[in-house]
Design a protein around this ligand. Structure first.
Ligand SMILES: [Zn+2]
Length: 430
Protein backbone atom coordinates (compact mmCIF):
# COMPACT_ATOMS: atom_id res chain seq x y z
CA UNK A 1 0.00 0.00 0.00
CA UNK A 2 1.37 3.40 -1.05
CA UNK A 3 1.04 6.64 0.92
CA UNK A 4 0.06 8.67 -2.13
CA UNK A 5 -0.91 7.83 -5.70
CA UNK A 6 -1.10 10.54 -8.34
CA UNK A 7 -3.05 9.33 -11.37
CA UNK A 8 -3.05 10.48 -14.99
CA UNK A 9 -0.18 12.97 -14.93
CA UNK A 10 1.86 14.31 -17.86
CA UNK A 11 5.62 14.57 -17.43
CA UNK A 12 7.98 17.33 -18.64
CA UNK A 13 9.56 14.98 -21.22
CA UNK A 14 6.20 14.67 -22.97
CA UNK A 15 5.14 11.30 -21.52
CA UNK A 16 1.37 11.39 -20.97
CA UNK A 17 -1.07 9.62 -18.66
CA UNK A 18 1.38 8.35 -16.05
CA UNK A 19 0.71 7.32 -12.44
CA UNK A 20 3.21 8.19 -9.69
CA UNK A 21 3.22 6.23 -6.44
CA UNK A 22 4.84 7.58 -3.27
CA UNK A 23 5.94 5.68 -0.16
CA UNK A 24 7.96 6.95 2.82
CA UNK A 25 8.79 10.26 1.14
CA UNK A 26 10.23 8.62 -1.99
CA UNK A 27 8.90 7.88 -5.45
CA UNK A 28 8.06 4.18 -5.31
CA UNK A 29 6.83 3.66 -8.87
CA UNK A 30 6.21 5.60 -12.08
CA UNK A 31 4.10 3.67 -14.57
CA UNK A 32 0.83 3.61 -16.43
CA UNK A 33 -2.16 2.06 -14.67
CA UNK A 34 -0.74 1.37 -11.20
CA UNK A 35 -3.35 -0.80 -9.46
CA UNK A 36 -2.09 -0.93 -5.85
CA UNK A 37 -4.00 0.93 -3.15
CA UNK A 38 -2.85 4.16 -1.57
CA UNK A 39 -3.69 6.24 1.51
CA UNK A 40 -4.55 9.13 -0.76
CA UNK A 41 -5.32 9.16 -4.48
CA UNK A 42 -5.11 12.37 -6.53
CA UNK A 43 -6.34 12.69 -10.11
CA UNK A 44 -3.91 14.95 -11.99
CA UNK A 45 -6.42 15.15 -14.84
CA UNK A 46 -3.81 15.11 -17.61
CA UNK A 47 -1.94 18.06 -16.11
CA UNK A 48 1.82 18.43 -15.72
CA UNK A 49 3.76 16.96 -12.79
CA UNK A 50 7.35 18.09 -12.45
CA UNK A 51 10.13 17.81 -9.92
CA UNK A 52 10.44 21.16 -8.14
CA UNK A 53 11.80 24.30 -9.71
CA UNK A 54 15.40 25.05 -8.82
CA UNK A 55 16.98 28.50 -8.60
CA UNK A 56 20.79 28.20 -8.85
CA UNK A 57 21.50 31.93 -8.50
CA UNK A 58 19.84 34.14 -5.91
CA UNK A 59 20.64 36.76 -3.27
CA UNK A 60 18.61 35.89 -0.21
CA UNK A 61 20.40 38.46 1.94
CA UNK A 62 19.08 41.27 -0.25
CA UNK A 63 15.63 39.98 -1.21
CA UNK A 64 12.51 41.96 -0.20
CA UNK A 65 14.64 44.99 0.72
CA UNK A 66 13.38 47.17 -2.15
CA UNK A 67 13.24 50.81 -1.07
CA UNK A 68 15.77 50.40 1.76
CA UNK A 69 17.33 52.86 2.27
CA UNK A 70 16.15 54.35 -1.07
CA UNK A 71 15.32 53.33 -4.64
CA UNK A 72 17.87 52.69 -7.41
CA UNK A 73 17.32 55.75 -9.61
CA UNK A 74 19.53 54.88 -12.58
CA UNK A 75 18.51 51.22 -12.46
CA UNK A 76 22.09 50.13 -13.12
CA UNK A 77 24.15 47.31 -11.63
CA UNK A 78 26.67 49.80 -10.23
CA UNK A 79 24.08 51.97 -8.47
CA UNK A 80 22.60 48.74 -7.10
CA UNK A 81 25.98 47.77 -5.66
CA UNK A 82 26.50 51.18 -4.06
CA UNK A 83 22.93 51.22 -2.70
CA UNK A 84 23.52 47.78 -1.15
CA UNK A 85 26.71 49.28 0.34
CA UNK A 86 24.54 51.94 2.03
CA UNK A 87 22.09 49.37 3.36
CA UNK A 88 24.67 46.83 4.54
CA UNK A 89 25.88 48.56 7.74
CA UNK A 90 22.29 48.80 8.97
CA UNK A 91 21.48 45.11 8.46
CA UNK A 92 20.52 43.08 11.51
CA UNK A 93 20.45 39.32 11.76
CA UNK A 94 16.79 39.32 12.80
CA UNK A 95 15.68 41.44 9.85
CA UNK A 96 17.72 39.34 7.41
CA UNK A 97 16.22 36.10 8.72
CA UNK A 98 12.74 37.59 8.62
CA UNK A 99 12.96 38.66 4.98
CA UNK A 100 14.65 35.44 3.83
CA UNK A 101 12.20 33.09 5.52
CA UNK A 102 9.28 35.15 4.24
CA UNK A 103 10.69 34.90 0.72
CA UNK A 104 10.92 31.11 1.15
CA UNK A 105 7.16 30.98 1.87
CA UNK A 106 6.59 32.57 -1.54
CA UNK A 107 9.10 30.20 -3.16
CA UNK A 108 7.30 27.12 -1.82
CA UNK A 109 3.97 28.40 -3.15
CA UNK A 110 5.63 28.58 -6.60
CA UNK A 111 6.99 25.03 -6.36
CA UNK A 112 10.55 26.33 -5.94
CA UNK A 113 12.18 23.97 -3.45
CA UNK A 114 15.93 24.41 -4.07
CA UNK A 115 17.88 27.66 -4.05
CA UNK A 116 21.56 28.54 -4.29
CA UNK A 117 21.99 31.93 -2.66
CA UNK A 118 25.05 34.12 -2.69
CA UNK A 119 25.87 35.68 0.68
CA UNK A 120 27.78 38.95 0.70
CA UNK A 121 30.92 38.66 2.82
CA UNK A 122 32.24 42.19 2.24
CA UNK A 123 31.18 43.35 5.72
CA UNK A 124 33.49 41.61 8.19
CA UNK A 125 30.68 41.46 10.77
CA UNK A 126 29.37 38.60 8.59
CA UNK A 127 25.87 39.19 9.90
CA UNK A 128 24.64 38.09 6.44
CA UNK A 129 26.36 34.69 6.70
CA UNK A 130 25.23 34.20 10.29
CA UNK A 131 21.64 34.95 9.33
CA UNK A 132 21.50 32.81 6.19
CA UNK A 133 23.16 29.84 7.92
CA UNK A 134 20.30 30.01 10.40
CA UNK A 135 17.79 30.34 7.55
CA UNK A 136 19.30 27.22 5.92
CA UNK A 137 18.37 25.29 9.09
CA UNK A 138 14.91 26.84 9.43
CA UNK A 139 13.84 26.08 5.87
CA UNK A 140 15.62 22.69 5.54
CA UNK A 141 12.36 20.73 5.93
CA UNK A 142 11.02 22.30 2.71
CA UNK A 143 13.85 24.03 0.79
CA UNK A 144 17.37 22.88 -0.06
CA UNK A 145 19.35 26.07 0.44
CA UNK A 146 23.00 26.27 -0.66
CA UNK A 147 25.10 29.27 0.30
CA UNK A 148 27.93 30.89 -1.66
CA UNK A 149 30.52 33.11 0.04
CA UNK A 150 30.33 36.10 -2.27
CA UNK A 151 32.76 39.05 -2.03
CA UNK A 152 30.38 41.61 -3.55
CA UNK A 153 32.86 44.49 -3.28
CA UNK A 154 35.74 42.45 -4.73
CA UNK A 155 38.01 39.78 -3.28
CA UNK A 156 41.03 42.10 -3.62
CA UNK A 157 39.24 45.43 -4.06
CA UNK A 158 37.64 45.19 -0.61
CA UNK A 159 40.47 44.90 1.93
CA UNK A 160 38.47 42.82 4.44
CA UNK A 161 36.90 40.41 1.95
CA UNK A 162 39.60 37.74 1.65
CA UNK A 163 39.72 37.07 5.37
CA UNK A 164 35.94 37.30 5.76
CA UNK A 165 35.34 34.89 2.88
CA UNK A 166 37.48 32.21 4.50
CA UNK A 167 35.81 32.82 7.85
CA UNK A 168 32.36 32.43 6.23
CA UNK A 169 33.47 29.07 4.80
CA UNK A 170 34.69 28.06 8.27
CA UNK A 171 31.25 28.95 9.62
CA UNK A 172 29.65 26.49 7.18
CA UNK A 173 28.95 28.40 3.98
CA UNK A 174 29.02 25.77 1.22
CA UNK A 175 30.54 27.29 -1.92
CA UNK A 176 33.29 29.71 -2.99
CA UNK A 177 32.13 32.80 -4.90
CA UNK A 178 33.88 35.66 -6.66
CA UNK A 179 33.40 38.71 -8.87
CA UNK A 180 36.53 39.04 -11.05
CA UNK A 181 35.13 41.72 -13.40
CA UNK A 182 34.60 44.04 -10.41
CA UNK A 183 38.23 43.90 -9.24
CA UNK A 184 40.28 47.02 -10.02
CA UNK A 185 42.18 45.57 -12.98
CA UNK A 186 41.88 42.66 -15.37
CA UNK A 187 45.00 41.29 -13.74
CA UNK A 188 43.49 41.45 -10.24
CA UNK A 189 40.40 39.76 -11.63
CA UNK A 190 42.45 36.89 -13.04
CA UNK A 191 44.43 36.60 -9.79
CA UNK A 192 41.19 36.45 -7.80
CA UNK A 193 39.92 33.57 -9.95
CA UNK A 194 43.11 31.64 -9.28
CA UNK A 195 43.10 32.34 -5.53
CA UNK A 196 39.43 31.42 -5.14
CA UNK A 197 39.75 28.19 -7.14
CA UNK A 198 42.72 27.28 -4.95
CA UNK A 199 40.64 27.82 -1.79
CA UNK A 200 37.87 25.63 -3.23
CA UNK A 201 40.29 22.87 -4.25
CA UNK A 202 41.99 22.88 -0.83
CA UNK A 203 38.63 22.56 0.93
CA UNK A 204 36.92 20.23 -1.55
CA UNK A 205 34.21 22.81 -2.30
CA UNK A 206 32.33 23.91 -5.39
CA UNK A 207 32.88 27.30 -7.05
CA UNK A 208 30.24 29.70 -8.40
CA UNK A 209 31.44 33.11 -9.55
CA UNK A 210 29.66 36.16 -10.80
CA UNK A 211 31.73 36.21 -13.97
CA UNK A 212 31.91 38.87 -16.67
CA UNK A 213 28.58 40.50 -15.79
CA UNK A 214 29.30 43.35 -18.19
CA UNK A 215 28.87 44.33 -21.85
CA UNK A 216 32.64 44.70 -22.19
CA UNK A 217 33.70 42.13 -24.81
CA UNK A 218 37.21 42.17 -23.37
CA UNK A 219 35.99 40.93 -19.99
CA UNK A 220 37.27 37.38 -20.45
CA UNK A 221 37.53 36.02 -16.91
CA UNK A 222 35.50 33.00 -17.93
CA UNK A 223 38.53 31.86 -19.91
CA UNK A 224 40.65 32.04 -16.73
CA UNK A 225 37.90 30.32 -14.75
CA UNK A 226 37.87 27.42 -17.24
CA UNK A 227 41.67 27.16 -17.18
CA UNK A 228 41.93 27.24 -13.36
CA UNK A 229 39.11 24.69 -13.11
CA UNK A 230 41.20 22.23 -15.13
CA UNK A 231 44.39 23.18 -13.31
CA UNK A 232 42.91 22.48 -9.88
CA UNK A 233 40.98 19.37 -10.98
CA UNK A 234 37.60 21.00 -10.26
CA UNK A 235 35.87 19.78 -13.43
CA UNK A 236 32.10 19.52 -13.05
CA UNK A 237 32.16 21.53 -9.80
CA UNK A 238 32.47 25.09 -11.11
CA UNK A 239 29.82 27.45 -12.44
CA UNK A 240 30.13 30.82 -14.15
CA UNK A 241 27.14 33.01 -13.36
CA UNK A 242 25.90 35.67 -15.80
CA UNK A 243 28.69 35.49 -18.47
CA UNK A 244 26.99 38.41 -20.21
CA UNK A 245 30.17 39.73 -21.86
CA UNK A 246 30.01 36.66 -24.12
CA UNK A 247 27.05 38.36 -25.82
CA UNK A 248 29.38 41.08 -27.08
CA UNK A 249 32.55 39.07 -27.74
CA UNK A 250 34.17 38.56 -31.08
CA UNK A 251 32.83 35.39 -32.77
CA UNK A 252 36.26 34.00 -33.51
CA UNK A 253 37.28 34.30 -29.87
CA UNK A 254 34.05 32.62 -28.72
CA UNK A 255 34.73 29.73 -31.10
CA UNK A 256 37.84 29.03 -29.00
CA UNK A 257 36.27 29.85 -25.62
CA UNK A 258 33.22 27.58 -25.66
CA UNK A 259 35.24 24.36 -26.24
CA UNK A 260 37.51 25.42 -23.34
CA UNK A 261 34.44 25.78 -21.12
CA UNK A 262 33.15 22.39 -22.24
CA UNK A 263 36.54 20.80 -21.56
CA UNK A 264 36.47 22.19 -18.02
CA UNK A 265 32.85 20.97 -17.58
CA UNK A 266 32.02 24.49 -16.50
CA UNK A 267 28.32 25.12 -15.90
CA UNK A 268 26.69 28.36 -17.05
CA UNK A 269 24.07 30.21 -15.02
CA UNK A 270 22.48 33.05 -17.02
CA UNK A 271 19.95 35.23 -15.21
CA UNK A 272 17.67 36.35 -18.06
CA UNK A 273 15.43 38.77 -16.14
CA UNK A 274 18.34 40.65 -14.60
CA UNK A 275 20.62 40.45 -17.62
CA UNK A 276 18.07 41.98 -19.96
CA UNK A 277 17.28 44.64 -17.34
CA UNK A 278 20.83 45.65 -16.39
CA UNK A 279 22.92 45.12 -19.52
CA UNK A 280 23.05 47.37 -22.58
CA UNK A 281 22.84 50.44 -20.37
CA UNK A 282 25.60 52.27 -22.23
CA UNK A 283 24.08 51.51 -25.65
CA UNK A 284 21.99 53.90 -27.67
CA UNK A 285 20.46 51.85 -30.50
CA UNK A 286 20.75 49.02 -31.30
CA UNK A 287 20.61 48.03 -27.63
CA UNK A 288 22.21 44.71 -26.73
CA UNK A 289 20.22 42.10 -24.83
CA UNK A 290 23.22 41.29 -22.67
CA UNK A 291 22.37 37.62 -22.36
CA UNK A 292 25.11 35.03 -22.77
CA UNK A 293 25.14 32.71 -25.82
CA UNK A 294 22.68 30.14 -24.50
CA UNK A 295 21.93 28.11 -27.70
CA UNK A 296 25.64 27.84 -28.50
CA UNK A 297 26.51 26.75 -24.93
CA UNK A 298 23.80 24.08 -25.06
CA UNK A 299 25.03 22.96 -28.47
CA UNK A 300 28.50 22.40 -26.95
CA UNK A 301 27.02 20.17 -24.23
CA UNK A 302 27.48 22.72 -21.44
CA UNK A 303 24.98 22.48 -18.58
CA UNK A 304 22.96 25.69 -18.50
CA UNK A 305 20.64 26.54 -15.60
CA UNK A 306 18.68 29.78 -15.21
CA UNK A 307 18.72 31.83 -12.03
CA UNK A 308 16.40 34.52 -10.77
CA UNK A 309 19.21 36.55 -9.16
CA UNK A 310 16.97 39.16 -7.54
CA UNK A 311 13.46 39.69 -6.23
CA UNK A 312 12.51 43.16 -4.94
CA UNK A 313 15.99 44.36 -4.03
CA UNK A 314 18.46 47.17 -4.89
CA UNK A 315 19.05 45.71 -8.37
CA UNK A 316 15.57 44.70 -9.43
CA UNK A 317 12.19 46.12 -8.45
CA UNK A 318 10.36 43.14 -9.95
CA UNK A 319 10.43 39.36 -9.40
CA UNK A 320 7.91 36.88 -8.02
CA UNK A 321 9.76 33.74 -6.96
CA UNK A 322 8.52 32.08 -10.16
CA UNK A 323 11.19 30.34 -12.25
CA UNK A 324 8.66 30.12 -15.09
CA UNK A 325 8.90 33.92 -15.40
CA UNK A 326 12.61 33.40 -15.98
CA UNK A 327 12.05 30.71 -18.62
CA UNK A 328 9.42 32.91 -20.29
CA UNK A 329 11.86 35.84 -20.56
CA UNK A 330 14.65 33.52 -21.74
CA UNK A 331 12.46 32.15 -24.52
CA UNK A 332 11.86 35.63 -25.91
CA UNK A 333 15.38 36.96 -25.43
CA UNK A 334 17.05 33.89 -26.96
CA UNK A 335 14.36 33.20 -29.58
CA UNK A 336 14.35 29.55 -28.48
CA UNK A 337 10.72 29.01 -29.49
CA UNK A 338 10.34 25.53 -31.00
CA UNK A 339 8.66 22.64 -29.19
CA UNK A 340 12.01 21.01 -28.44
CA UNK A 341 13.46 24.37 -27.33
CA UNK A 342 10.65 24.74 -24.80
CA UNK A 343 11.41 21.33 -23.30
CA UNK A 344 15.04 22.41 -22.97
CA UNK A 345 14.05 25.72 -21.39
CA UNK A 346 11.97 23.80 -18.86
CA UNK A 347 15.02 21.67 -18.02
CA UNK A 348 16.98 24.89 -17.44
CA UNK A 349 14.67 25.78 -14.53
CA UNK A 350 14.52 22.22 -13.17
CA UNK A 351 16.88 19.29 -13.89
CA UNK A 352 19.88 21.24 -15.26
CA UNK A 353 20.00 23.48 -12.20
CA UNK A 354 19.59 20.47 -9.91
CA UNK A 355 22.65 18.99 -11.62
CA UNK A 356 24.60 22.24 -11.16
CA UNK A 357 23.69 22.28 -7.46
CA UNK A 358 24.55 18.58 -7.13
CA UNK A 359 21.15 17.82 -5.56
CA UNK A 360 20.80 14.19 -4.55
CA UNK A 361 17.56 12.29 -5.09
CA UNK A 362 16.18 14.90 -7.48
CA UNK A 363 13.94 13.79 -10.34
CA UNK A 364 10.95 11.68 -11.29
CA UNK A 365 12.59 8.25 -11.33
CA UNK A 366 11.80 5.47 -8.88
CA UNK A 367 13.80 6.04 -5.68
CA UNK A 368 13.97 9.83 -6.06
CA UNK A 369 12.62 12.12 -3.33
CA UNK A 370 8.86 12.61 -3.61
CA UNK A 371 9.28 16.34 -4.23
CA UNK A 372 6.62 17.09 -6.81
CA UNK A 373 4.69 20.00 -8.29
CA UNK A 374 1.31 19.75 -10.05
CA UNK A 375 0.67 22.62 -12.45
CA UNK A 376 -2.50 23.92 -14.08
CA UNK A 377 -1.11 23.21 -17.57
CA UNK A 378 -0.82 20.12 -19.70
CA UNK A 379 2.86 20.18 -20.62
CA UNK A 380 6.18 22.02 -20.28
CA UNK A 381 5.51 24.34 -23.25
CA UNK A 382 2.17 25.38 -21.80
CA UNK A 383 3.76 25.86 -18.39
CA UNK A 384 6.22 28.37 -19.86
CA UNK A 385 3.49 30.12 -21.85
CA UNK A 386 0.99 30.43 -19.00
CA UNK A 387 3.15 30.43 -15.85
CA UNK A 388 0.13 28.75 -14.29
CA UNK A 389 -0.91 28.13 -10.70
CA UNK A 390 0.98 25.47 -8.79
CA UNK A 391 -2.06 23.45 -7.76
CA UNK A 392 -0.16 21.22 -5.33
CA UNK A 393 3.41 21.13 -4.07
CA UNK A 394 4.73 18.08 -2.23
CA UNK A 395 7.98 17.81 -0.30
CA UNK A 396 9.03 14.23 0.58
CA UNK A 397 5.48 13.15 -0.18
CA UNK A 398 3.90 15.68 2.18
CA UNK A 399 1.68 18.45 0.82
CA UNK A 400 3.33 21.83 1.58
CA UNK A 401 1.34 24.21 -0.63
CA UNK A 402 -1.96 24.27 -2.47
CA UNK A 403 -3.43 26.81 -4.89
CA UNK A 404 -6.93 26.75 -6.35
CA UNK A 405 -7.08 26.57 -10.16
CA UNK A 406 -7.41 29.88 -11.96
CA UNK A 407 -10.91 29.99 -13.44
CA UNK A 408 -12.71 33.18 -14.43
CA UNK A 409 -16.47 33.52 -14.37
CA UNK A 410 -17.92 35.24 -17.44
CA UNK A 411 -21.13 37.19 -17.80
CA UNK A 412 -21.50 37.24 -21.58
CA UNK A 413 -24.76 36.39 -23.34
CA UNK A 414 -24.44 33.18 -25.32
CA UNK A 415 -20.89 32.49 -24.20
CA UNK A 416 -19.54 29.92 -21.69
CA UNK A 417 -19.89 30.64 -17.99
CA UNK A 418 -16.23 30.06 -17.18
CA UNK A 419 -12.81 30.43 -18.75
CA UNK A 420 -9.86 28.26 -17.77
CA UNK A 421 -6.65 29.50 -19.45
CA UNK A 422 -5.29 25.95 -19.60
CA UNK A 423 -8.18 24.95 -21.90
CA UNK A 424 -6.57 27.03 -24.67
CA UNK A 425 -3.63 24.62 -25.06
CA UNK A 426 -3.05 24.20 -28.80
CA UNK A 427 -4.38 20.90 -30.12
CA UNK A 428 -2.26 20.62 -33.24
CA UNK A 429 1.13 22.04 -32.22
CA UNK A 430 4.02 19.63 -31.71
ZN1 LIG B 1 23.98 37.64 -8.52
Amino acid sequence: MFDLLIRNANLPDGTAGVDIAVKDGKIAEVAQGITAEAGEVIDAGGQLITPPFVDPHFHMDATLSLGLPRMNISGTLLEGISLWGELRPTLTKEALIDRAVRYCDLAVSKGLLAVRSHVDVSDPRLVTAEALLEVREIVAPYIDLQLVAFPQDGFYRCPEAAEALVRALDMGVDIVGGIPHFERTMEDGARSVEALCRIAADRGLRVDMHCDETDDPLSRHVETLAAQTVRFGLQGRVAGSHLTSMHSMDNYYVSKLIPLMAEAELAAIPNPLINIMLQGRHDTYPKRRGLTRIPELLEAGITVGFGQDCVLDPWYSMGSGDLLDVAHMALHATQLGSGEDKKQLFQMVTTNSAKIMGLEGYGLAKGCNADLVLLQAKDAAEAIRLRPNRLKVWRRGKLVSETAPEVSRLSLAGRPETVNPADYAPQHAT
